[in-house]
Design a protein around this ligand. Sequence first.
Ligand code: PMP
Length: 373
Amino acid sequence: MSVFWNSRTRNLDPYVPGEQPRDRRFIKLNTNENPYPPSPLVIETIREAAGEELRRYPDPECTELRELIARKYGVKEEQVFVGNGSDEVLAFSFGAFFEPLSGAACPGSSAAVSRPVLFPDITYSFYHIYARLWGIPCHTVALDDTFSVRAGDYRVPSGGLSLPNPNAPTGRAVSLAELRSIIEYQYREGGGVVIVDEAYRDFGLVQAGESAVSLIDEYPNLLTVHTFSKSFSLAGLRVGFAIGSGELLEGLRRIRDSFNSYTVDRLALAGAAAAIADSAYYEGINRRVMATRDRVSLALTSLGFDLIPSLTNFILVRVPGKSGAEAFKALRERGILARHFNQDRIQDFLRVSIGTDEEMDVFLTECGGLIRE
Ligand code: PMP
């Protein structure tokens, strides 16, 4: 605490990102990065963009990238908003759509005023942090005993909701029909915006035809959020985007332009555009990630580990006979970094990102060692 901090800063409970070690080489399975490099076309395009033009500001509307995204996702360019990582897009969304406690009800605002925003008890921890930053009341809804979202729990009056699909760190997805029932309810009841965070969609959800992007034209209260950090292997570039109705996107622009109009730099715009253009490369690496995930899941099950079937590039596992903290420490000593969340219901689990086949073979060998200890 500092006497120079205002009450907002004092009240924050900031996110603690997964470790990015610099002192020692680990098999790094702790931040859900893609184990394969970005497409060579992306690297080449960024190199070419690193020239004289950098003296100029980037296009604040990210027009070219939005056109490419729109074409790939089958939506209109004016339904796409691009930001500095999906974390920024999510932070702007909370600020733009969810009502803060102290917010005076403006004429014409929805019935959502001062009703809490809903999200699962086990979910992406940044949602709580954004709610706190913006002073938004929120209410967590318990996942069921299998760590699944029960759609009925979200068909209740709310100030909006935020749901990753598939959920993180559980890896489980809600069906499109169930999602639709939630969005439809919230739309009909004036419950505010439904954010569906599809950070991990390309590891099974899209292939199953279950992405909520297909509902965009029907529901003006739906915002889907996406990232280049996972399936596009560009966590280091910081590009994310949202797809939604014109009125939602106008809200996002109002927040962005009250903060920083140029959130996405020229190199990031060029690299992300090249990634969109090289779909074949990305389909190839993500197919490998999914195959490795399924192989590792089977192997861990036969070792007697408890795990949740995952539609993402990570798995949530419980090491038999060890607490989560013990398993985390033992793996770290063996040169493997996983993620441990010291949180109710999942404190005995580790979230393990899917690495290359070679990395996961080492991981499996070390897991075998752990249970024989
Ligand atoms: N949503 C979810 C569910 C995530 O797990 C992450 C990554 N930690 C993000 C959003 C943010 O991703 P980025 O800011 O790298 O786009």
